[in-house]
Design a protein around this ligand. Structure first.
Ligand SMILES: [Zn+2]
Length: 705
């Protein structure tokens, strides 16, 4: 009886409290979005995409683009069209150099002696041919060169005209084996995207890429099992003869990008852009067919509810973009400065459908970097909590299927899994790096699975995908985008208290690491004190900027967030007081700590960005390396990580580099930039920052003021 009462109370409460999506959306709007969402639609669209080997600037990629375009039109999106951007390896899009196109007619690798075995055929399994392989017709011996990535791997071996067996980074093997030692081609089982589970399943075939800028060479990818069998035979006295036939060309071409919109009511109010990346190997179900079909489903949900009047048409336009990873984003933004100007927020989906019990994925709502604090993450995090609570409630038997957002397909039940998910700080590696970078400055809600044990392999198939999860993420994307597109300054009185509470929680979280810094026995008391106070200061600045971001976004009165700022300042003052007390306990005498860089003249210089827009690294281009050359690039201290006692730079140098450039705004000094990145990723000597910025100056991306 008592239990029954509790259940009744629970039912009443969950109904009254709606679903936890407030204050951003009303229960009515949430229910409409939830009930329109489907996992079956994106799952079936994904079935089509996984049949295509979607390498950018190839025929299969364009076929995938054509399919997405057709669906966008069927779903009633406006201005659905595709655009082609020429590429030739030198043409620039913003700071990024274009790459090259590739076309393949056929490719086969046979072992012809002593056995007769087909090792790979492009027609049936395109993943067996590494991207940007060139034409070849050879019948020759196979030579094991180990990793094949250092000169020593080739000593005493004659590889000229032969095929090498290697498992090192493919582009490096290409440079050494083919370009320098005259080998004809490569057979590779290079691990690509290693995870804790890498190597356990030796049957997977990994996707490989040669460097398209190199003039020759081909590579066939085989499983570790196949490669190990070949290695053990070569260790004996056996001579293995292979026959490789490739008909393929690398050269100029174009990237295709598809875009469509749901127009807002006010064309001057800006745009919200959804992105994904349409490329990758076949099947590439989670990476990243899943992101493409899920933004498409968010688009379908929103178009239908807005067109039918169930949701009011928002002020801002919703835009959807499908193109090659990073490169498509840069080409599109460089070619449409007017659209780039209008963008206000981004939702980026890259791997969002993995069944966690199959591919070990955890779904992450990923925050913006500290250089671009924004409320967009809070919106996504709240809807994640809402959906996760619903999924848990359903899994525990406390909620109905519609509330639990599960998917049933073709008469079968979808998974009833919980949503294994969290909110994480900024993490790099996809198109959101471009949106979040300072010269584009469009804050990104980055949705991603990580890890995924099948990423970039022939096992990243539809079997690993959970339609229930696709539905939940499509809902999360649609709800977040609708908020970004429709939020107004009239809502600030309810939104700011909510956002302030989130900011207070994050500020409180920074106190733990600050305490560890101040007590770090490896560091002199005064220096430790400075770093600890700096962490609290920088976190306070970040959270103030997060609060202020919604005031600016909605065009509210400048002082609308004054109460929130006061609450945060008081909270931070309390933390600093405790840190001061702990330092005195360690024996520090000064009344305030001084920066280690206070008397360094380099720290007082002010850098400013110049030239083209964009971050400094892309997956197929590195601006500093391309402009400065290998020797000068190799002398950049941050990249070459003179690790300091306070941190191991090696692991994080790319994140530091990305943020150092993002914090350059023509006002901050080198010392201030040093403090900003030190709070985000750990204390860093100021000379590493000055030295990195000097390299950026030499490359023409930054100037000293
Ligand atoms: Zn991806």
């Amino acid at each position: 009886m008592r239990r029954l009462q509790l259940i009744c109370l629970f039912v009443v409460l969950t109904t009254l409290c709606a679903f936890g999506q407030q204050p951003f959306l009303s229960p009515h709007h949430w229910t409409a979005l939830r009930d329109e969402s489907s996992g079956a639609a994106p799952y079936e669209n994904l079935r089509y995409l996984t049949g295509l080997h979607r390498v950018p600037a190839t025929a299969d990629f364009d076929q995938a683009a054509q399919f997405v375009l057709q669906r966008a039109r069927e779903y009633g999106l406006a201005d659905a069209h595709s655009e082609q951007f020429p590429i030739d390896g030198t043409k620039q899009y913003g700071l990024m150099r274009s790459y090259l196109a590739w076309s393949v007619e056929e490719a086969r690798l046979w072992e012809i002696h002593p056995q007769h075995i087909l090792l790979g055929d492009w027609k049936t399994d395109p993943i067996h041919l590494a991207d940007y392989s060139h034409s070849a017709d050879v019948e020759t011996e196979l030579v094991d060169v180990g990793y094949g990535t250092s000169e020593g791997d080739y000593s005493g071996k004659d590889v000229r005209g032969k095929i090498v067996l290697a498992d090192g980074v493919l582009a490096r093997v290409q440079e050494l084996a083919i370009v320098q030692h005259g080998a004809a081609g490569i057979v590779s089982d290079m691990p690509n995207q290693t995870t804790a589970w890498s190597g356990l399943d030796t049957t997977v075939v990994r996707w490989g890429h040669l460097n398209a800028r190199q003039p020759s060479g081909f590579a066939f990818m085989v499983s570790r099992q196949t490669a190990e069998a070949l290695r053990s035979r070569l260790r004996g006295t056996e001579t293995v003869i292979l026959n490789a036939h490739v008909k393929a060309t690398v050269g100029p071409g174009y990237w295709t990008v598809v875009t469509a919109t749901i127009p807002g009511t006010d064309s001057a109010a800006g745009e919200i852009v959804y992105s994904c990346h349409l490329d990758h190997e076949r099947p590439g179900a989670n990476d990243n067919g899943s992101g493409c079909v899920t933004i498409l489903e968010s688009a379908r949900i929103l178009a239908r509810l807005i067109d039918s009047g169930q949701l009011q048409r928002p002020k801002r336009t919703l835009r959807f973009v499908w193109g090659p990873e990073v490169e498509g984003t840069m080409a599109f933004l460089a070619s449409h400065p007017e659209i780039r100007q209008r963008l206000r927020a981004n939702i980026h989906m890259d791997m969002v459908g993995g069944d966690p019990f199959k591919n070990k994925s955890v779904f992450h709502v990923t925050g913006t970097p500290w250089s671009l604090p924004s409320f967009v993450t809070d919106v996504g995090a709240l809807f994640l909590d809402t959906i996760r609570a619903a999924a848990s409630g359903y899994a525990a038997g406390e909620m109905a299927a519609d509330t639990g957002i599960v998917e049933s397909r073709a008469g079968g039940q979808g998974t009833r899994n919980e949503l294994v998910a969290d909110v994480t700080p900024y993490s790099s590696g996809s198109d959101h790096d471009d949106y979040d970078s300072s010269t584009i400055a469009v804050p990104s809600l980055y949705l991603r699975d990580w890890p995924d044990i099948y990423i970039h392999t022939d096992h990243d198939s539809l079997d690993q995908i959970d339609a229930t999860k696709l539905r939940r993420v499509a809902l999360l994307g649609a709800a977040s985008g609708y908020v970004y597109a429709s939020v107004t300054a009239q809502q600030l009185p309810t939104l700011l208290p909510f956002l302030t509470a989130q900011a207070e929680a994050r500020l409180a979280q920074a106190f733990g690491p600050a305490q560890q810094l101040v007590d770090d026995p490896q560091v002199e008391a005064g220096a430790a004190w400075y770093e600890a106070r700096n962490l609290v200061d920088q976190t306070l600045q970040r959270e103030n900027a997060t609060l202020h971001s919604i005031v600016e976004f909605t065009g509210g009165p400048g002082a609308a967030d004054a109460n929130g700022a006061k609450a945060l300042a008081d909270q931070a003052a309390g933390f600093q007081h405790w840190l001061d007390a702990q330092t005195r306990f360690r024996g520090a005498k000064a009344t305030a700590p001084t920066a280690s860089w206070a008397s360094d003249p380099d720290a007082k210089r002010v850098p400013i960005r110049v030239g083209e827009f964009g971050p400094l690294t892309y997956q197929n281009d590195n601006v500093l390396l391309a402009r400065l050359g290998k020797d000068r690039y190799g002398k950049i201290k941050l990249i070459n990580s003179e690790a300091t006692p306070m941190l191991n730079v090696r692991d994080q140098s790319e994140l530091y580099a990305y943020e150092i450039v993002n914090f350059v705004n023509g006002k901050r000094t080198v010392g201030e930039i040093r403090d900003a990145v030190s709070a985000e990723y750990g204390p860093l000597p100021v000379n590493l920052v000055a030295d990195y910025l000097q390299a950026c100056v030499e490359a023409g991306a930054v100037q000293w003021k």
